[in-house]
Design a protein around this ligand. Structure first.
Ligand SMILES: [Zn+2]
Length: 92
């Protein structure tokens, strides 16, 4: 019985570390341009490359409050990182 609990605890820790990078307190990047509607976790994101304004770093909570959505490029890379973390191997 004790062993089962240990395994569950270990799994919970693993899941926790995989999602740690997208916590609400995480700092994200936004473009202050008029047409920008997303926030980014990656400073070198393709989406930010088209920025017509300034690139600012703010809390994810603030970005969501401004009605911004998680950039699809960044979302994709987070998903890939998670998948690699689960499989325990890198894409390259
Ligand atoms: Zn992005």
């Amino acid at each position: 019985m004790k062993k089962t609990i240990t395994i569950i605890a270990a799994l919970a820790l693993l899941c926790g570390s995989a999602t740690a990078q997208i916590k609400k307190s995480t700092k994200v990047y936004i473009c202050t341009g008029k047409t920008a509607r997303a926030y980014h976790t990656n400073r070198n994101c393709e989406g930010l490359g088209n920025c017509k304004g300034e690139i600012k770093q703010i809390k994810m909570k603030e970005a969501v409050k401004q009605g911004r959505h998680f950039c699809s490029y960044c979302k994709k890379s987070v998903t890939l990182q998670k998948r690699d973390a689960v499989r325990g191997e890198k894409a390259d």
